[in-house]
Design a protein around this ligand. Sequence first.
Ligand code: PLP
Length: 342
Amino acid sequence: MPLVTRVTDLIGNTPLFELAATETGTRLLLKLEQFNPTGAAKIRMAREMVLDAERRGLLNDGGHIIESTSGNTGLGLAVVAAERGYRFTAVVDHHACKDKLRAMRAMGAELVYVADEGDDSLATSAREDLAEAMAAARDDAYFTEQHNNDANALGYYAVAEELLADLGQVDILLSAVGTGGSLFGTARRLRELGCLPRVIGVEPVGSIAFGGPGGPYWQSGTGTPPGATVGTAVDYSLLDEGVKVADVDAFATTRAVARKVGLLIGGSAGGSVHAALTRLEEFPPGSTVVTIVCDGGEKYLDTVFDDDWMKDRDLLDESAEYEVLQLLDRYTPARRNLVGVP
Ligand SMILES: Cc1ncc(COP(=O)(O)O)c(C=O)c1O
């Protein structure tokens, strides 16, 4: 890799990891987006939204970016704002991972909370309303509005290009849906390039993008909570199937993958991996199944990987974890006994 001068030059070309393979040649591959700066996929779209606003004259020298964020978009925007000399205000809630908020602040972002300390409910629509109102009140401010911004999905076109360069073919694309940018941007670009995978979206039980009933959930950064509106970045015309995964199963998967493989993935990726692992044998033999890992597990050491936090919320389920460990054992024969293997 050549010497780079901007952190955003380090975005992309993330590695692929084979997590599982069936005897019929179906493989589950993880696109490890935690290898981007900020440890998440969303910096891809953060950069794209800012470049798009500059091209359209909506952001000028020294301007002010405002966004409602569960954390990873804000981290990406904090990097881009620092790099390009913008002021950045992140409208957040206490549902967000504390480390994401701390890191945003470290990079100069201002945080505005929509709820009081101690109220850790997910407040997506309150955040969006406040961000919109704040931007409307200032001449120099631009609300990037990730849920309804075409540049969100555009930011992931490179993911499709990287997948085709590395694999030549993707048969099933299965991934978390929050704003929808990562799954549908990747799917759209794959289609444009002549690859037509089956597209499976995953949301938490309690999220309403694939139908109700709505309710609370703890998977961070993903899903559409009841009361929030599904934005235009969710492109149902590209969706073949929407599935729901409970927090218990998503987190059991996150924890099992860490213990079995030594790979820390985030809770939303746990949901996608659970959906993929439990039906790997339903896919046509020889399928290449790709899941986008939106972020790594390091951000969830105080939550998903903390037994007390899990117990307090009734999320710790050893039998669910055991089931995932069994699946990983079944599908990772090459890793079953590595002692002595160089
Ligand atoms: C951890 C995590 N998972 C999943 C998603 C969903 O990605 P998208 O908004 O592209 O649908 C996000 C987005 O913020 C995220 O931060």
